[in-house]
Design a protein around this ligand. Structure first.
Ligand SMILES: [Mg+2]
Length: 258
């Protein structure tokens, strides 16, 4: 990309924030985007927290980010459901992501919803909740997965993500889930709709070569990889889709786009 992008997608963990600290210069860079009038969205695969909770965390670090500038798999799911003319779903997830569905005009319904939305439900997984979802899917409801990670690292060790449960429902009901998180092209398409921009004019900044870069590039965006967060130089040799550019961190953005 030589011209200035019309809009920017910013991954959150690893790009704006690492652990419990903002990346040095990141707050300044996001203020710069606002000053320049370059629209942006903070895109995250977080499925346990609402966009308000994520925005509040970012604002606590000094980022000028309101909830409407945060785009998550739950945001994408509610857009997907409403685009279909529907307004209800069964939700299997934990945390406060249900707030995003309600705010987007999607009721939570366990009787006859046209969609089953599955996130990381933690201790809420029971035979009963899975069987409820299974029965709805065999009755024609469609399955949306907020993520399909196999596992993640919790404080006390590796823990099951939503992926194994999504796979169980697909196996039992003979259906295929639509994945609403990165690197799904559907996620990027819905985020671009939210920005009102066409893919070729949009720059994605991420620290994950697959979720961020491969996802963005397969949606037609430009993908720049940052050397912060989970970046490992050896990953560059093995990734299926190379980033358009590798930069030090989000802090370099103003100088590179000036
Ligand atoms: Mg990241």
């Amino acid at each position: 990309m030589t011209a200035r992008p019309e809009a920017v997608l910013l991954d959150i963990d690893g790009v704006l924030v690492v652990g419990d600290q903002p990346v040095p210069g990141a707050v300044r860079a996001v203020h710069w985007l606002r000053e320049q009038g370059i629209p942006f969205r903070c895109v995250s695969n977080a499925t346990r927290r609402s966009r308000s909770a994520i925005a509040a965390r970012l604002a606590g670090f000094g980022f000028p980010v309101e909830p409407s500038l945060v785009f998550t798999p739950a945001t994408a799911a509610v857009r997907r459901i409403r685009a279909d003319g529907a307004d209800s779903c069964l939700l299997l997830a934990t945390g406060d992501v249900h707030l995003d569905l309600l705010a987007g005009g999607c009721r939570l319904d366990d009787r006859d919803p046209p969609f089953v939305v599955v996130g990381d439900a933690g201790d809420a997984w029971t035979y009963g909740s899975l069987n409820r979802a299974f029965r709805l899917l065999t009755g024609g409801a469609r399955l949306l997965a907020l993520e399909r990670d196999r596992y993640w690292r919790d404080r006390d060790g590796l823990s099951l993500g939503a992926g194994p449960f999504v796979a169980a429902l697909e196996f039992a009901a003979g259906c295929t889930a639509e994945v609403m998180g990165k690197p799904s092209p559907a996620f990027f398409r819905l985020a671009l709709d939210d920005l009102g921009c066409a893919a070729p004019s949009v720059l994605m900044l991420g620290d994950d070569p697959v979720a961020d870069i491969q996802g963005a590039r397969s949606a037609g965006c430009t993908g720049w990889l940052v050397r912060t967060g989970k970046f490992r130089i050896e990953d560059l040799g093995t990734v299926p889709v190379r980033p358009d550019r590798v930069i030090g961190s989000v802090a370099d953005l103003p100088a590179l786009l000036e």
